[in-house]
Design a protein around this ligand. Structure first.
Ligand code: GAL
Length: 496
């Protein structure tokens, strides 16, 4: 009897006076609010879409697309924000500016998407790659732009754009595929299996061999050995390429592979855990979210194995209404990776939201994502909420504190101490604590955690301390009158 329910109920607990008084000076306890407006130090919604983060000299730097109100074109460039804790971001600058010169490839009104920055310790330069589309040409150009700077926050100087790997064959394309003479004019006018086979067998690689391979959605990755890779949606978005960069990160070494040929993967993100590489990508439906894909490999060159959708639960088929852009390893924490995604708003791009989620791992070491509305870095130490192998359970009766709710409130009131620092500063607050009552009525001490709050840290600590001490409940019952595990959320008001 070890079933877990996702059903959560709310109980109301008031300590001291029932009215909640917000104190102006009260600091928010730091939490990531998934998909909400996210203010920078100036009180403006962070404008860094399709971005990526580089950790350097004790700080995180977030680079992303500056988006305007009306269209998706680049009228400003690539923005840069910095943070020491990942919650609070300071606006730094426009790291790469579009240019006024109408002949420049990055003239205002071009498309600059998915910028990523890496640091080269040998040259001391910061190197930026981004997806570039030339002004007025839609998504036809499919080029990569390269820029560099001596300072992380910029300004970055635009070096050049190109289509990668002109005149070079992918390492994993056979002699037969290279020599094939099939072109699109040999194929039927309607898309069908024959087309798919031709794409899988390198139709577009051959077509673009001289001029270079198409490069749209992209990310950069620096491996433990210092080698850097550009990973991009190529071949009309049908196949991903992973291309090694030269030692200065400013060019291609000529070594590259095709990944999931014909698989229509976009929005590549990558990380490495325990020697294994993982990519989370999306399908190709433009700004409309779709189901994420998961791939894994023992070497960056593959073979890449495809796995089922890594998102679980409500709206998993839309990646929780988002599309990935980067996976950030959290500094100083083992196995702590954040999946960064965009919730696009194509009609009003500046209002696009950020969906950041902690990556969980199954016992077999496969990453998966759950939808949280709020979470914090401290969640990385606790177990995930849902055992993926458990079926959902309908709760007939909820856990009962001995003697009922009134007794529960009384018990909490008697055991909770109003934190001294909050009394001294005259602070009120609220903490939402989530915890599990197991099927035998015991509280699962490891499950107790504050999930949301406007409060002091001491209020969180005190709430968690007291909830962990709760006496045995009468457990929840399912439809068959069997006792089952059940999650509860208890809002705890501290009011002076
Ligand atoms: C998405 C892509 C975005 C943007 C968009 C344009 O699939 O991931 O970066 O290019 O298409 O429709």
């Amino acid at each position: 009897m070890n079933k877990i329910t996702k059903l959560v109920i709310l109980l109301q607990l008031l300590i001291c006076l029932p009215t909640l008084v917000w104190a102006d000076e009260l600091d928010d306890y730091k939490l990531f609010s998934v998909g909400e407006l996210w203010d920078d130090d100036r009180g403006m919604h962070i404008n860094a879409h399709g971005g990526g983060i580089l950790f350097h000299d004790g700080k995180y730097y977030w680079f992303g697309e500056h988006k305007g109100r009306e269209d998706n074109a680049a009228w400003v460039g690539v923005t840069c924000y910095s943070s020491e804790d990942l919650y609070d971001w300071t606006y730094e600058s426009v790291a790469l500016s579009v240019e006024e010169d109408p002949n420049s490839e990055i003239t205002a009104g071009c498309l600059i998407e998915r910028p990523k920055v890496i640091y080269n310790p040998t040259t001391g330069k910061f190197v930026m790659y981004f997806h570039l589309e030339l002004k007025g040409q839609g998504y036809k150009a499919a080029r990569v732009g390269i820029a560099s700077s001596d300072k992380i926050e910029g300004p970055y100087s635009f070096i050049r754009s190109c289509r990668p790997n002109a005149g070079v064959w992918p390492m994993n394309m056979s002699e037969e595929q290279r020599a094939s003479t099939i072109t699109s004019s040999d194929l039927p006018s309607e898309w069908n299996e024959e087309w798919r086979d031709a794409v899988v067998n390198g139709l577009y690689v051959r077509r673009d061999f001289q001029g270079g391979q198409m490069s749209r959605d992209m990310t950069l990755y620096v491996d433990d050995d210092g080698k850097a890779y550009h990973i991009y949606a190529s071949e009309e978005n049908r196949t991903l390429h992973i291309a090694e960069l030269t030692d200065d990160f400013l060019d291609y070494s000529g070594r590259y592979v095709r990944v999931a040929p014909g698989g229509l993967n976009e929005a590549p993100t990558i990380f490495k855990r325990k020697g294994k590489y993982f990519m989370i990508t999306s399908g190709c439906t433009g700004w409309t979210p779709n189901e994420a894909r998961l791939l894994s490999a023992d070497s960056i060159w593959g073979t890449w194995t495809e796995h089922p959708n890594p998102c679980k639960g409500f709206k998993a088929e839309t990646t929780f209404y988002s599309q990935g852009t980067f996976i950030l390893p959290v500094q100083g924490k083992e196995d702590a990776f954040i999946f960064m995604a965009d919730r696009w708003q194509p009609q009003y791009p500046i209002n696009g939201r950020y969906v950041w989620l902690p990556i969980n791992f199954t016992e077999d070491g496969l990453p998966y994502l759950l939808k949280y509305d709020f979470w914090s870095l401290s969640d990385f130490r606790s177990k995930p909420d849902i055992d993926l192998n458990e079926e959902e359970v309908i709760i007939k009766t909820f856990p009962q504190f001995p003697g009922g709710d009134k007794k529960l409130y009384k018990w909490l009131g008697e055991n909770m101490k109003y934190p001294k620092d909050a009394i001294d500063e005259g602070l009120s607050g609220i903490v939402f604590v989530k915890f599990m009552i197991r099927f035998d009525g015991r509280i699962d001490k490891n499950s107790v955690r504050a999930i949301k709050g406007k409060c002091t840290r001491s209020m969180i600590k005190e709430s968690e301390r007291v909830i962990q001490k709760l006496p045995r409940f009468t457990p929840a019952m399912n439809d068959d009158d069997e006792p089952v595990d059940c999650w509860l959320i208890l809002p705890i008001n501290f009011s002076l």
